[in-house]
Design a protein around this ligand. Structure first.
Ligand code: EPZ
Length: 418
């Protein structure tokens, strides 16, 4: 076990290169199973969730080789089609392997993913779509058993633009008989990155990034060499770190086009933001305005994943801000811990009213999920005095070497083993 020890009050100033996107690399690693060949993945972040995905790939019969930021996956000997429930429970987003394994093997057996701290995380939209594609799905003893001699392309309308469901359908459809059309598809940039990877591997996907995606099934895929897109949520987190502490940040390999909602909110809250070619600069102007209301929405709306870091910023803003969390039913778990640091936040159902305070004070706080944990680190950087943040296993799922990156920009932060 370890925790982060942070002595706050130091402006975060410096330059960082944004890591590869967790929510792009996970579905792309699942997709390597369909290639039945060697895939070379560059800009692959060193994250706990990637480590867990590597274990699943090895259990399915892939061989992996990592050389710093490059992961080579050879799926030419894929034989397995089962993911045990322990692995699925550890990382419920592994459900996106379902479509990939079905495309590769015609059958799959995966532990039911279950929920997580931020919500129930149902998969009804995934299963409804796969059944419509001809997959026979049964649930036995906590496992999903799926069989399909030949996946059939068809028209699928998603009741909600679910990221995972869109990805699972795309993965199942790439080798299907005929054409699959997804309407009301998720439009997140990570979906576009997955489609680019699949098309380079020989798939025929059009419209990714829009709400209508068309997939023409092909005979087979082949190996590719691919570079993962930058992580827009990590980028936004570091921009907020600079703003919260009265500092400045130059982000390299940052795609401003993926962050329009958050950059607009940061400007509204008083940040000075400059956008370059794959670069974003933020400078604190010394004041932090409250924001009238922030509603989380599917992309390109305000991302739910950056809600808690923004709430840490609003906690020291001048005035009152209102957050409405429309995506997940339990994504205010960080509020109690922020309150321990002196934040004044009232939660009413899906809304949180944040009255800015002059200064947060250091405290011992506990992360219980990924993005809420990042929010606690941000609050500790801005707080007066020392904080400790435990539950780093959650933060390490999505932030590569968070203490190393922040220390490079002047933060007094270290990881201690307890
Ligand atoms: C992806 O989760 C991301 N994870 C999440 O990031 C992100 O918050 C989320 O998309 C929304 O952008 C990965 O990409 C690995 P959804 P996913 O399916 O696919 C409901 C992070 O911090 N829903 O778009 O699980 C669901 O309950 C993580 O990096 C159904 O009702 O999100 C939720 O309310 C957290 N039935 C909403 O849709 C379904 O079958 C959004 O879920 C599927 C989803």
């Amino acid at each position: 076990m370890n925790k982060l020890v942070i002595d706050g009050g130091v402006p975060i100033r410096g330059e960082l290169t944004v890591q590869g996107a967790k929510n792009a690399v996970l579905p792309i690693l699942a997709a390597t199973v369909i290639a039945n060949d060697e895939c070379i993945i560059h800009n692959c972040p060193a994250l706990r969730d990637v480590e867990k995905t590597d274990i699943i790939l090895e259990r399915l019969g892939c061989t992996l080789k990592r050389e710093s930021g490059t992961l080579t996956v050879d799926s030419s000997c894929v034989s397995g089609c089962r993911i045990d429930e322990k692995l699925m429970r550890e990382m419920r987003s592994s459900i996106i392997f379902l479509g990939a394994i079905l495309a590769a093997c015609g059958r799959a057996e995966v532990g039911m993913p279950g929920g997580c701290p931020i919500g129930m995380r149902p998969i009804d939209l995934h299963l409804k779509a796969l059944k419509k594609m001809g997959v026979d799905v049964s649930e036995e003893h906590g496992y999903l058993k799926c069989e399909c001699a030949a996946i059939k392309g068809c028209d699928i309308h998603l009741d909600f633009p679910s990221v995972g469901a869109t990805e699972n359908i795309m993965l199942a459809a790439v080798k299907a008989q005929g054409t699959t059309v997804i309407t009301n598809a998720a439009r997140e940039p990570e979906i576009y990155d997955l489609a680019c990877f699949l098309n380079m591997a020989g798939a025929r996907i059009r419209g990714a990034g829009s709400s209508v995606i068309v997939i023409d099934g092909v005979e087979r895929l082949h190996g590719v060499e691919y570079r993962i897109m930058p992580d827009r949520i990590v980028a936004q987190t570091y921009l907020i770190a600079a703003m919260m502490t009265g500092g400045e940040m130059h982000l390299k390999d940052a795609e401003a086009a993926h962050m329009r909602a958050a950059l607009s909110a940061l400007s509204e809250m008083g940040a000075d933001i400059r956008i370059g070619k794959r670069e974003v600069d933020i400078r604190s102007t010394g004041k932090i305005n409250s924001i009238h209301i922030l509603r989380t929405m599917p992309y390109p709306g305000f991302p739910t994943d950056i809600q808690s870091p923004f709430m840490a910023l609003a906690a020291i803003a001048d005035g009152t801000s209102v957050f409405v969390e429309n995506i997940f039913e339990n994504r205010f778990r960080h509020v109690g811990e922020l309150s321990r640091m002196g934040a004044d936040i009232k939660v009413e159902g899906r809304s949180a009213v944040v009255r800015g305070v002059k200064q947060l004070c250091g405290a011992n706080v506990e992360a219980c999920e990924l993005r809420g944990g990042a929010a606690l680190v941000l609050a500790a950087l801005a707080a007066e005095g020392r904080s400790t943040v435990s539950g780093t296993e959650y933060i390490d799922r999505g932030y590569e070497d968070i203490e190393g990156r922040l220390a490079l920009c002047g933060a007094r932060i270290r990881r201690v083993w307890v």
